[in-house]
Design a protein around this ligand. Structure first.
Ligand code: HEM
Length: 319
């Protein structure tokens, strides 16, 4: 009897490990795609293996890669709420947890590789973290992400209750901010990529602020998304100009003037333009989806039609 119970438990655990299957146990193409996305950085690293191994500091190279992809997956997780509204594809929510946990696993890899770089001397690792501000900030973000990952199971959601769970998971906004600060602090020369990343993060936060302030139910209008994209791009230009102005003691106006110089080719396009392009691409997607995609409708028990709302809707509307 006990043996039978144990067998059932093992079987249930094995089924849970098949993360490419949905709650009903069916193969989910969406989950498979998310899994492929999460494994892509490993594929890229294997592809670059020769260059990494023969590079100046192979371990440092992979520390950077793991940190970079961790941040990218934090942003991807934050992009799910706007994207599911914009594409009218509510099922996207099904892969959010996977992406968030994936980001955390890249974080575990990041700090493990860092520990390996310090010859597994844990006392040295701890003292380095305590002495360097950018490591304190990175470590705080990682502890935060560990807390969110460990409370992401169905059982934890039930135990905490939907409201408390949601309030706890709002911490992801602060974690994203800390991760960005860590990224800027450890970047020595060109801050174009961190600046672009910060612009994307600001857009994702701006989207939530607009939804909250205007008490928007449903999707933001195409005009509102265009306005948000222009405003965030302008902010990116200004923040970059002020930052460069302070660090190099030049007038921010000169930096802004240089933003209009496209003679350097694609490589020289400033992050503000890329933020604008990304924001307007999403705006165009909204324009198309608003016309082509009808929200899926289900029949309510009362017999009245209503737009299909995934179970998690209550939990994730603001995240
Ligand atoms: C949420 C947590 C964290 C995130 C999102 C994160 C992200 C990043 C990113 C994006 C980079 C730069 C990658 C690049 O240049 O392309 C980086 C570099 C780095 N991070 Fe983290 N990190 C986090 C936590 C930590 C922790 C806990 C440690 C170690 C205790 C750490 C140690 C480092 C080191 C040593 C570098 C390279 C610095 C250098 O080469 O000078 N990070 N991290």
């Amino acid at each position: 009897m006990v043996h039978q119970g144990h067998g059932w438990y093992v079987e249930a655990m094995l089924r849970k490990l098949q993360i490419w299957r949905d709650r009903r146990g069916n193969l989910s193409w969406l989950r498979l795609a998310a899994l492929a996305l999460l494994l892509m950085p490993v594929g890229i690293a294997l592809w670059d293996a020769d260059a990494i191994v023969h590079g100046a500091r192979p371990l440092n190279d992979v520390i950077h890669r793991a940190g970079f992809w961790m941040l990218m997956f934090i942003l991807t997780t934050l992009a799910i709420t706007p994207l599911r509204r914009i594409t009218r594809f509510g099922q996207l929510i099904d892969v959010r947890r996977m992406l968030g946990v994936g980001a955390f696993l890249y974080g575990v890899t990041h700090i493990s590789l860092y520990t390996a770089d310090q010859m597994f001397d844990l006392v040295k690792v701890a003292s380095e973290i305590a002495q360097r501000v950018y490591l304190v900030i990175g470590f705080t973000a990682l502890i935060g992400l560990a807390t969110l990952a460990s409370t992401s199971t169905d059982a934890m959601v039930r135990r905490l209750g939907a409201r408390r769970w949601q309030h706890l998971h709002y911490a992801v906004y602060g974690i994203g901010l800390l991760a960005l600060i860590h990224y800027f602090q450890q970047t020595k020369a060109d801050v174009s990529v961190p600046t672009f990343t910060a612009g994307v993060f600001t857009w994702l936060m701006g989207y939530r602020i607009v939804v909250k302030l205007w008490k928007v139910r449903g999707e933001l209008s195409t005009a509102a998304l265009a306005g948000l994209s222009v405003a965030v791009a302008a902010l990116t230009f200004i923040a970059e100009a002020v930052g460069i102005g302070i660090v190099f003691s030049v007038s921010p106006l000169l930096v802004l003037q240089a933003d209009l110089d496209f003679s350097g080719g694609l490589d020289m396009i400033r992050p503000g333009w890329l933020v604008l392009a990304a924001g307007l691409a999403v705006t165009a997607l909204n324009f198309v989806c608003a016309r082509l995609v009808k929200p899926r409708r289900t029949r309510a028990p009362s017999g009245k039609d209503h737009a299909a709302e995934p179970r998690e809707r209550v939990l994730v509307s603001a995240n």
